[in-house]
Every structure is written in C-alpha cells, then in structure tokens.
Design a protein around this ligand. Structure first.
Ligand code: F6R
Length: 245
C-alpha cells in the first residue's frame, strides 16, 4: 500500500481529485467506483471546479457506487442517489444513464444485489475505486464480521454506523437499519483502489489497517492483500504513525 500524507482535509481532497482527473483524462472508458459520506465531498467539489475551469469531460466515464440505504428511493434527500446527483453528477457532463447505484427501493432486493454484481461484471469491473473507511473498519457498508468472499449483499447496519450517519437525518430513528453494499470480494476485484482518510476519529482505523492482522473483524484489513492501493491520509489521521517512525 502506498501512503500519501497530506496536511489536512482540503489538501486530501485536492490530491484525490487530481488523482481521479488524471485517470479520467488518460483512459477513454473509465469505470470509476464512488463512495458517499463526508470524506469524498471535498474531492467531488474539486472535480466540479476542474470540470468548470479545465473542461475535463466525463462523457466516457461510467460510475458505480458502493452502496445505498434499503428503503430509500433516489428522490429521498438522504439516499445516496440523491447525494451523488447533488454533490457531483448534476455539475459535470456525465450521462446519468452511465451512473450506477444499487436501488434501495427495488421490489426484490436479493435480485437487485445479483443484478448489480452482474452489471459490474458485464462492464469489465471497476478500474479505480474510491473508498472511505468507518471508524470500525467498514468499507462500503461491510461491517466487521463480513466474509471476505462476499459479493453485493444486504447488510444490517452496525449501531455505530447508524449513529455516525445520523448527522444527515432528523433523528437516529430515521436512519435506515439496512443497506445494500458491494461485498468485500466485489471491492477487491477493482483494479486499483484509492482510500481517503481524514480526521482524528479515523486515527485508530488507519493504525489498525496498517499494523493489525488481516482479519474479517476489521474489514478494511483485506486491502493489505490488494496489489494496488493508495491511501491519502491527513495529519490528524496519521499523527500516531509519525510518532511511531
Ligand atoms: C460510503 C461508504 C462508507 C463510508 C464510511 C466513512 O459510500 O461506503 O464506507 O466511506 O462510512 O464515512 P464518512 O466519510 O462519512 O466518515
């Protein structure tokens, strides 16, 4: 794993955007895996700025998001479809039909999982997957204990994840209890992974990732087995690592 350490959230967002822009410009048909949450917001803002100023085009890009809440339709402002449209897709020249997010309101959620997995395979898989990390080590919504062999599936969200995400809802009760997520095996099929880590509350997760065992109890640890992972982490998240070295 390659680690790029940066000063703060702003610098992480700028570096991550530069990394993505480089790929978008140099590959004709890029399959880009995207994440939601607080971490990539600044990255998306930088992509939009660049699109406006330098006209980087996303017409050849297809996107595949990691996850979605079960029970929320795309027009619900807490859904990840709404988030992606609002934070990125509405502001760049990507075809909406080329943006893919599992549906949280599908009638048959089991079939939705299988369809999403097939969709990824039909498109030849993800070239570059952007990831955030939960403080409990989750990637996508793969909570501790998820099998490293898992494909796209439905999960019960950990109480800590619901609490962390309650900031976007009016109350904790409104946070869905289930989500659909790419599995660990799905994520590991990506040719390349860019993991973004910012803030003191992610310090322990970064430390576990770098020094802990590769173990299903800490889902992100699987990334140590991936041949091409780059981590961009800011000083607040990486502080303990500096003390160590
Ligand atoms: C989001 C996702 C999650 C987040 C993680 C960190 O699509 O898959 O794994 O990356 O929960 O969230 P933030 O960035 O809000 O700290």
């Amino acid at each position: 794993m390659k680690i790029i350490d940066v000063k703060d959230y702003q610098e992480m967002s700028k570096k991550a955007a530069e990394y993505i822009i480089e790929k978008v410009r140099h590959s004709k048909n890029l399959n880009l895996g995207l994440a939601t949450g607080g971490t990539p917001v600044g990255t998306y803002t930088n992509l939009i700025e660049d699109h406006k100023q330098n006209h980087t085009s996303y017409q050849g890009v297809k996107t595949f998001n990691l996850d979605e809440y079960v029970g929320l339709s795309g027009d619900n402002h807490n859904s990840y479809r709404f988030y992606m449209n609002d934070q990125l897709f509405n502001h760049i020249d990507i075809e909406k039909s080329n943006t893919h997010i599992p549906r949280g309101d599908a009638k048959d959620m089991q079939k939705e999982c299988e369809d999403y997995e097939n969709l990824l395979a039909e498109h030849g898989g993800i070239d570059l997957q952007i990831l955030g990390i939960g403080s409990n080590g989750h990637i996508g919504f793969n909570e501790p204990g998820t099998s490293f062999d898992s494909n796209t599936h439905i999960v019960d969200l950990a109480p800590s994840t619901r609490e962390a995400n309650a900031r976007y809802f009016d109350s904790l009760e409104e946070v869905p209890t289930r989500a659909v997520t790419m599995g660990i095996a799905t994520i590991m099929k990506s040719k390349e992974i860019l993991l973004l880590i910012s803030g003191e509350n992610k310090k322990e997760a970064l430390s576990n990732l770098l020094h802990g065992e590769v173990d299903e109890r800490f889902p992100a640890s699987v990334l140590r087995n991936h041949p091409c992972v780059t981590i961009i982490a800011d000083e607040a998240a990486i502080a303990d690592e500096k003390v160590r070295s």
